[in-house]
Design a protein around this ligand. Structure first.
Ligand code: MF3
Ligand code: CO
Length: 251
């Protein structure tokens, strides 16, 4: 069942989204060789506390941290670690902010120090794929139109899209209907209507799209050890088009 949100409810989610966007902007400033993802996780916890918000991921199905921090071949659900990040790493920081019971979800990939041209291309293509998906998030389109826009662009660039993790509806719960795959056919799936709030969150690999899961039962990594990146926004479907609730640019 898809839970439609009122304008007031979308406003509440936007407030959570602004905090989340600001956290990412702060991470962009502090991330460099030598910092650990554990320190970033602690920074996020403190930042959220200061803003009267809480990290929804902590304790979710037993997940132990405020953030997911997925380095290099880790696709998603990486555990923050005390080991320092190195020059040339790429890392995706993903989190869900709860403010007064309303949620926003956004993941962002960062290059650490100087990264390879191959890694730069991966980040650029993944981010552009997210925004191409968002462009299709308009009333009357279907979920499959988003899926197809993302997949066709990524594959045209010689990269692959992860199948095992998808975007989702979000509101008072982290994961609501509908699912938003980043692969599929146009004109298929649920129709987009006013007041739906979704995440679009493509995970893109340089090599094969398949993944394996670590012994910790959480962390997914690429089957061939090649790099993976992810960008994710939470957005509302409105008469004026998609509104990105976790936008880092217009705040
Ligand atoms: N933020 C993730 C998503 O995009 C969910 C993380 S799973 C958790 O759906 F258990 F770590 F919270
Ligand atoms: Co997320």
């Amino acid at each position: 069942m898809i839970i439609i949100k009122t304008k007031q409810e979308i406003e509440m989610m936007k407030r959570a989204g602004i905090i989340l966007a600001n956290v990412h902007k702060e991470i962009a400033k502090i991330i460099k060789p030598g910092i650990s993802t554990y320190e970033i996780d602690q920074f996020v916890e403190e930042y959220l506390k200061k803003h009267n918000a809480t990290p929804e991921q902590k304790g979710y199905h037993g997940y132990p941290y405020a953030t997911c921090a997925s380095v290099n071949d880790e696709i998603c659900h990486g555990f923050p670690r005390k080991e320092p990040l190195k020059d040339g790493d790429i890392v995706t920081i993903d989190m869900v902010v709860n403010l007064d019971g309303w949620l926003a979800d956004s993941a962002w990939s960062y290059g650490v120090g100087n990264i390879s041209d191959e890694a730069k291309k991966l980040l650029d293509v993944t981010k552009k794929a997210l925004y191409l998906g968002i462009e299709k998030a308009v009333i009357g389109n279907r979920i499959g139109d988003i899926s197809y826009a993302v997949q066709s662009y990524v594959e045209s660039q010689g990269l692959s899209v992860v199948r095992d993790f998808v975007g989702h509806g979000i509101g008072k719960n982290m994961h609501e209907d509908p699912q938003v795959p980043h692969f599929g056919r146009p004109g298929r799936g649920p129709r987009l209507t006013e007041g739906m709030v979704l995440t679009i969150e493509p995970m893109v690999n340089i090599g094969k799209f398949e993944c394996t899961v670590d012994d910790n039962q959480w962390t997914a990594r690429t089957i061939d050890g090649k790099l993976s990146a992810q960008y994710e926004h939470t957005l509302a479907i409105t008469k004026d088009g998609p509104i990105i609730l976790t936008d880092q640019e217009n705040i």
